[in-house]
Design a protein around this ligand. Sequence first.
Ligand code: PBG
Length: 326
Amino acid sequence: MAYPITRLRRLRRNSALRALVRETEVTVGDLIQPLFVREGTRQRRPIASMPGQFQLSVDELVKEAAALAQAGVPGVILFGIPDRKDAKATGAYAANGIVPRAVRALKKEVPGLLVITDVCLCEYMSHGHCGIVRGQEILNDPTLALLAKAAVASADAGADIVAPSDMMDGRVSVIRAALDKQGHAELPIMSYAAKFSSAFYGPFRDAAESAPQFGDRKTYQLDAANAAEALREVAQDLAEGADIIMVKPGLPYLDLVWRVKERFQVPVAVYNVSGEYAMLKAAAQNGWLDEKAAALETLTAFKRAGADIIFTYWAKAAANWLRAGG
Ligand code: PBG
């Protein structure tokens, strides 16, 4: 039916009508808050490029987590900032490393909150790459055993989900086998399967002190131009046993969120990364954008594209906005 029989504006006339026909809705239960944990006590260090985000010592992390749980946020993902880094990423898989200690504290003090750990080596490597380095090369196969150990260290500490983000080939199957062998057959793996080499990770690398000291991540992370290749990564990780698939970054890769959901019909997570957060924050601080409206519109776009789970630095703020009625 064409105009004037059909007038699409009829259902937009007031907010009650608009609410009645609204197709997607972001709820606080969809949101995961990323948190950065460092050594020490009573540390709450602001991250300059991510206003409103902090590096937290374990005691402060527990307080923040309790506030998140109170606000209704279902989970957090942890990134560790160790005191010492080396060429084997020892801190990534030490049983008493910063992340396992944080996980134990959280599971004890805020037991209902889901704790996801980002399984990667870059924060623990002196050179900042996500794998073992020989010369200028990032080695794939020797890296896998270290990733498996890191996943097991998180699992032993009580993590609810492990999320490998390194982009080495074959990591999901190696991690799955190691978890199964160590009594963690029931622990889900969320794979950052479609993770692109992106300029939008810049602020995160300040926050996690994990910028590569030479070169870049283009030999392991996906090329921004490639969607078919991203879908191959997803298919492969699912075949290796991934339970949830992550697309990252978020806004510049919404097409992948949509295509992964359409094609594979598996739980899909999207990571609204640090650069996406920093851009909007900077504009809001200049009075150029309305932060709340723009952030909620962004989160809605992820749901509309098919995401089930949204990793976002706005999780806590959005929980409060959503409770107050959007
Ligand atoms: C790797 C990792 C990164 C992010 C999450 N996990 C950084 C990278 O690949 O360089 C980025 C998250 C963000 O930008 O918010 N451990």
